[in-house]
Write a protein that binds this ligand. Structure first.
Ligand code: NAD
Length: 402
């Protein structure tokens, strides 16, 4: 019997297993993840802000597995040895495979900026997202005791999609924070410090400006053209442009780091040729030198021939890659040829709080309240795609239909 090892139960890995477990044949799947739950990584900002409890965006992995076909192993992957078809895991030693699917996801990218890891809060998984919320509550309580206004400041480093979505969620929850601190909600300051002067590069000027205007209208202080150089406890140090010799400082008791992501460090540890934890995969999604190693989701890079740049890492492409790998594995297990992955993005939508969003779906620009419905529909689609109908009924965003 052939052994298929799937590493990571995020969008890419779990989708692979969900589809492959429906196939018949003489094979067994082992799914490895360090957590026993799947979480919706695209919704972490809601847990960080306190808009959603963590169980609204998580579900037990075992709930969606066919235990006749799949064994789940809760363990941490430390290294892949493709030459010997082995994977090292922390508690259970090493695991042999005939085929492996590497879907180990992202980690925060600090670009080596001093103090970023130690003095800023990261938002990379459920625990770190929850820690941000707990931290904010603690800071609001401290304000009550000290009346130091820095405790009312929430500062986000980077205004990519993650930073903007987090800022929007903070806006939604501002009233609750203010109540804890005993102040008016206008006293809660939400700041976003961003290096670029023109944000949201994936959108045209009009749509990017719409996004900027929207978050400013909601009261977010968007500081563009401010390159972060260092994070000190309670302080963000930045330069205004490349040649600015001066040291500018903005203070805040809550500092969250969202300046981008890289693929899991296991990729580098395993000796794959990579850039920022991402391996440039072949069109059928296998690693350059190994037809039995698939690399998908945030640890992969795949060229988009239209833009001549790798596709951005999103939940959408990760899910589609997972489905494709299940198809290719089914082929390989039957001794058939694999197919090349063909991806066309359905669109990109950023939510700004619960009732605003903006983006592009197909060729159509969508904005404002209607866009937030589209975003919730995308979220529900992901729950059905990966978790199935049961998870949608339990966790779906049904305000969509109100
Ligand atoms: P990102 O790389 O897209 O954005 C990071 C931002 O931080 C950039 O604007 C960058 O200029 C800024 N930055 C970097 N270094 C800086 C510094 N030293 N000082 C100040 N600013 C700095 O990262 P992200 O927002 O985490 O997104 C990661 C990926 O996930 C992207 O592909 C994104 O499209 C995707 N994503 C998609 C959605 C969605 O579809 N709704 C939501 C979140 C993330």
């Amino acid at each position: 019997m052939k052994e298929v090892l799937v590493l990571g139960a995020g969008y890419a890995g779990l989708k692979t297993v969900r589809n492959l477990q429906k196939e018949s044949g003489d094979f067994h799947i082992t799914l490895v993840d360090m957590n026993d739950y799947h979480y919706e990584a695209t919704e972490l900002h809601e847990v960080a802000a306190g808009s959603q409890p963590k169980d609204k965006i998580t579900y037990p992995i075992r709930d969606v597995l066919n235990d006749k076909k799949v064994t789940f192993l809760q363990d941490e992957v430390t290294k892949i040895d493709p030459a010997n078809k082995l994977v090292s895991v922390k508690k259970n030693g090493s695991l042999h495979y005939d085929y492996v699917v590497v879907a180990l996801g992202f980690c925060s990218e600090t670009f080596g900026i001093k103090g970023a890891q130690e003095n800023a809060l990261q938002m990379v998984d459920i625990d770190t997202a929850e820690a941000i919320h707990q931290h904010i509550i603690a800071m609001m309580k401290k304000y009550k005791e000290t009346k130091d206004k820095n405790y009312l400041k929430l500062l986000i480093c980077g205004a990519g999609f993650t930073g903007i979505e987090l800022a929007g969620a903070f806006v939604d929850e501002r009233k609750k924070y203010a109540q804890i601190a005993g102040v008016d909600e206008s006293e809660i300051e939400i700041i976003c410090v961003e290096a670029a002067t023109r944000i949201l590069p994936m959108f045209d000027d009009e749509m990017a400006q719409y996004g900027v205007n929207l978050i400013k209208k909601l009261g977010v202080n968007l500081m563009t053209g401010c390159m972060i150089k260092e994070i000190r406890p309670g302080q963000v140090v930045y330069a205004k442009g490349k040649d600015d010799p001066e040291e500018h400082v903005v203070e805040a008791a809550t500092i969250v780091w969202t300046t981008g992501v890289s693929g899991s460090p296991v990729i580098g540890e395993s000796g794959f040729e990579q850039r920022r934890g991402r391996v440039m995969v072949k069109p059928n999604l296998t690693a350059p030198d190994y037809d039995d190693v698939y690399i998908i989701g945030d640890v992969s890079a795949l060229m988009d021939s239209a833009s001549n740049r790798p596709f951005p890492t999103t939940a959408q492409i990760a899910t589609r890659m997972g489905a494709h790998v299940a198809t290719n594995l089914a082929h390989q297990l039957k001794g058939e040829a694999t197919e090349d992955f063909d991806f066309k993005s359905l669109g990109t939508v950023a939510s700004v709080g619960n009732t605003h969003a903006f983006g592009v779906v197909g060729t159509k620009k969508i904005k404002g309240y209607p866009a937030s419905f589209v975003k919730k529909a995308i979220m529900n689609k992901s729950l059905v795609d990966i978790g199935g109908l049961k998870e949608l009924l339990a966790k779906g965003r049904f305000d969509l239909y109100h």
